[in-house]
Design a binder for this molecule. Sequence first.
Ligand code: HH2
Length: 261
Amino acid sequence: MGILNATADSFSDGGRFLDPAAALAQGLRMANEGADILDVGGESTRPGATPVPADEEIARVVPLVAALRARSSVTLSVDTMKPEVARAAVAAGATMWNDVTALRHAPDSLDTAAGLGCEVVLMHMQGEPGTMQAAPHYDDVVAEVAAFLAARAEAAMAAGVAREKIWLDPGIGFGKHMTRHNLPLLAGLDRIVALGFPVLLGASRKRFIGALDGDAPADARLGGSIAAALAGAAAGVVAVRVHDVRETVQALSVWTAIAQA
Ligand code: HH2
């Protein structure tokens, strides 16, 4: 899954793809590089990011989804917590709703997902985006994330989302201490996979990688991002959400070829 942020302030690529032509070109480039899914977002979720009103988010995301749909057969996902944005994106050609709040943000999130009939990614986050990194706490991070995701999958199915449409995501970096929580979660991914749903992993360029490498900035975290993607593949995740598609596809191809030899 290639990341396409039409935002001003995303932590790694903010501002680069706010221009519609640049965003379209980047999306087509990632599809050509081997992305099976493009995840289009119009609002950053990083701590301190400026909230984006729904109409502005729709104006950023929908023309981009429509333009990509017209030029490529790649699966399109919308990264939003707002049901009205998800509805507009699905009408424009998206078939997946990636929600970092696991359909908890709005009272009608669950019903909207059921009504749209699209695939949904339910991600774990402790707290709210603005404050989630202040003091995250877990007694057993893997068990607590797994229990949360299982409960959200149950809630989605109770609202009418089909079981086969549900994906789970441990939410690396969302209300998690950089190393004390993210690393055990990456080491315990097999227990999230064991819940029986396809799992998406988003570790690309995240801060824990910098924390393990002398505070390397976001644009110098490719090696660590690939290491995390391979750890995910080894644990059985179905997709990795990444900025650097070509390099990740190459790493996964080599890893798969070795595993099969
Ligand atoms: N991470 C980010 C955003 N959305 N969605 C899922 N399912 N999983 C993730 O790990 C995830 C996500 C944060 O990364 P990015 O989009 O690069 O930054 P920002 O939120 O600042 O736009």
